[in-house]
Design a protein around this ligand. Structure first.
Ligand code: ZN
Ligand code: ZN
Length: 99
């Protein structure tokens, strides 16, 4: 994890140098991704069957949270390699990266 943090800090420095993004926004986003990497929280699994179809192509399931095709968004599906799963008491699944 310390290595991850160092890499992200290096990334921040580089992006700042090029003025790619307002620093505050960049810092905020990177902090969120670092927190996710370190905490590895349980997240609710999103099933394709629970997603509405995409309005553009009418085929792919659409993720309303990330506003992308479900296949391209960061949501975790029910059978993803490198994840462990547990049942939710009220139905559904939760997942997190396997240790
Ligand atoms: Zn589409
Ligand atoms: Zn998503």
């Amino acid at each position: 994890m310390i290595k991850v943090k160092a890499e992200l800090n290096a990334k921040i420095d580089r992006l700042e140098m090029f003025g790619a993004m307002p620093t505050d926004e960049l810092q905020r986003r990177l902090k969120v991704s670092v927190a996710k990497l370190i905490e590895n929280p349980w997240v609710k699994v999103r099933f394709a069957a629970d997603c509405p179809p995409c309005e553009c192509c009418g085929e792919e399931p659409w993720c309303p949270e990330h506003e992308e095709h479900l296949a391209d968004c960061p949501c975790v599906g029910p059978t993803q390699d490198g994840y462990e799963y547990r049942d939710l008491p009220l139905g559904g699944l939760e997942a997190r990266r396997s240790p």
